[in-house]
Design a protein around this ligand. Structure first.
Ligand code: ADP
Ligand code: MG
Length: 590
């Protein structure tokens, strides 16, 4: 609005150009926010889009931009745009694009690229890369706009593919020779379109619903496992109705926490071991039988368990083991049909089964309460997270973002979530470097307060984005639990060159000063009381803020809950260093 170049179109001939037309097409599809890093050839596109009314959040790294946009997709069900420059900027976005696709988060990544025919002849173009083809392995679909006339088509295709079925990422390549094109304004306006039903209901077959209810009604110990597919489907009302009608206990997966509040008496989070070992019929609602559920096999599970799987992607059925009753369709429709089917095939979980779970939960919660209230200084993860829990229980509408190893696992177990889509974390891959980007996307798209909880290692991947939080004055409180290393800070160098060990990071770094450099407020906490007071004050301020929590350097353990994936060498000094078992496996609810 302030600058001629941002809004002026080639008026004299009643023309529009690609940047204006692309912004118009995105807005016609309800896309409001774009996260990105500008440069050749998309700088003016970002400025024009901003001038036309889209919000542009200038990030510091493309991976974080894609994560921010993907978080918006998860939270709102509608894709946002992540914008990158050519080649290296584009490549920086790929890991997050595949992560979004793996998690099932809808997002559209637009990458500027260099002149097509020069790239294709390998003439040595500036940042020359065949980006459309590189992108294919990292998203659901990859397009290139070669002609301005195709812009509405590209956006409509992207909307349908990003949002339908299992959602995910779509890549649109925007080469500089397309950026520079023009067309008649009236003709362009006439060709504009809004994707019709990009996320259509896909009800399952009634026969599969009938079969599911039959299995559930015959079960002795029925259990529902709720995954982030149900959060994406926004099926919280249907799930609550099903639980209240049937008394079925449910195990929430990490990002499904809060669809039904964690303190609901049917929640098995504190009795996961018993629930999984004992359940004979398990209704999977948008949860894959992947590593997080031990592929539905092994000592964690009842060997005779029968699975019912509600899943939108038929390719996912029987990914690892037999499924007694596949229910292929969308969760909202499926749960509505299950609720309706209860009239004909009523079932209720037995009071005996529910009370066994509740007794086990109570016992585990008591053990847990002692651990999170130990008052120990220097603190371990439990002490710090127990103090943060007290704050969170007073601020249940805050969105939590979470990354790290021990910081991730312990936070998931300790901090209850009470509302749908109020927790974002390392996801299906268990990656680091996602949660600061997620925080930005969550704050921008919902306007809610965000509480980032990360380890000192996890935060290191995306920490520069605190500048973005400050520049846009976003209501984010960053809490970094610093034990001075990856897993923990007290590992030794096995050689004698005097360097730190491969796992060691700077223990006495004052991370809170990072936000002070950009005008935010920093805090430094060394006791549980200080954590509670400072996090409480920071969250209540609604301002960009940072609480650096100093843990003991010996707090934490290698690999958190998945030490089985980190095999020990058979010979040499590490062969004898035991990975201690987690004393609270009941809480290991991924
Ligand atoms: P979690 O990690 O919470 O266990 P996963 O990401 O493994 O969850 O599984 C979520 C599943 O939900 C995916 O297989 C995805 O295809 C599916 N899904 C996503 N959206 C829907 C929907 N609207 N209806 C049905 N299934 C869905
Ligand atoms: Mg650490």
């Amino acid at each position: 609005m302030t600058d001629e170049t941002t809004t002026t179109q080639p008026q004299e001939q009643n023309l529009t150009d690609s940047p204006h037309y692309l912004a118009q097409a995105l807005m016609a599809n309800g896309i409001k926010n774009m996260y990105g890093v500008v440069g050749i050839p998309v700088t003016d596109f970002a400025r024009i889009a901003q001038g036309m009314g889209m919000r542009f959040i200038g990030m510091r790294h493309e991976e974080d931009a894609v994560n921010a946009a993907a978080a918006e997709g998860f939270l709102t069900g509608k894709p946002a745009v992540a914008l990158t420059v050519s080649a290296p900027g584009f490549l920086n976005g790929l890991a997050a694009m595949l992560e979004a696709t793996t998690n099932g988060f809808p997002v559209i990544m637009i990458g500027g690229s260099s002149t097509r025919h020069v790239v294709d002849m390998h003439e040595g173009e500036y940042e020359g890369l065949d980006q459309m083809n590189y992108a294919k392995a990292f998203c659901k679909e990859s397009f290139r706009i070669d002609k301005i006339e195709d812009i509405p088509l590209a956006v409509a295709r992207a909307m349908h593919i990003a949002c339908s079925g299992r959602p995910g990422a779509v890549y649109i390549d925007f080469p500089d020779d397309a950026v520079a094109q023009t067309m008649d304004k009236d003709e362009a306006a006439a060709k504009l379109w809004t994707a019709n039903q990009p996320n259509p209901a896909m009800p399952p077959a009634q026969a599969s619903i009938d079969e599911a209810l039959k299995l559930l009604s015959e079960a002795k110990n029925p259990l529902m496992v709720v995954g982030k597919g149900a959060a994406l489907a926004q099926a919280e009302d249907e799930l609550k109705e099903f639980v209240s009608k049937t008394d079925i206990p449910f195990q929430p997966m990490s990002m499904a926490k809060g669809l039904i509040p964690d303190d609901d008496p049917h929640c098995t989070a504190s009795a996961r071991g018993l629930a999984l070992r004992t359940a004979d019929v398990v209704l999977l609602v948008g949860a894959r039988l992947n590593w997080m559920l031990n592929f539905g096999e092994g000592k964690e599970w009842n060997p005779n368990v029968k699975f019912i799987q509600i899943e939108i992607d038929p390719n996912e059925i029987e990914n690892a083991r037999p499924i007694a009753c596949p229910v292929v369709g969308d969760i909202k429709s499926a749960m509505t049909m299950l609720n309706a089917g209860l009239e004909k095939t009523p079932f209720k979980a037995s009071a005996e089964w529910l009370s066994a779970i509740q007794a086990d939960s109570k016992q585990n919660d008591e053990k847990f309460a002692a651990r999170i209230n130990s008052g120990k200084v220097p603190m371990g993860h439990y002490d710090a997270l127990g103090a943060i829990k007290k704050v969170y229980d007073q601020h249940k509408d805050v969105i939590i973002t979470n990354e790290g190893a021990n910081t991730l696992d312990d936070c998931r177990n300790i901090i209850d979530i009470y509302q749908p889509r109020h927790r974002l974390d390392c996801g299906t891959w268990g990656v680091m470097g996602c949660a600061v980007g997620y925080s930005i996307g969550a704050a921008v798209s919902t306007g809610k307060q965000v509480l980032y909880i990360g380890g000192d290692s996890g935060f290191g991947f995306d920490g520069m984005e605190v500048e973005v939080a400050c520049r846009y004055n976003l209501p984010i409180t960053f809490v970094v639990l610093n034990n001075g290393g990856i897993y923990r800070g007290d590992f030794e160098n096995l050689g004698n060159d005097g360097d730190p060990s491969p796992l060691t990071l700077t223990y006495d770094a004052h991370y809170e000063k990072m936000i002070e450099a950009f005008g935010g407020k920093g805090y430094y906490a060394t006791t549980p009381d200080e954590v509670e007071q400072m996090v409480g004050e920071a969250v209540a301020s609604g301002k960009p803020s940072f609480v650096h929590v100093q843990l003991a350097d010996y707090a934490g353990k290698e690999s958190g809950h998945i030490s089985n994936l980190n095999p020990k060498p058979v010979v040499g000094p590490l062969a004898t260093s035991e990975v201690t078992a987690d004393p609270y496996i009941e809480g290991a609810h991924m």
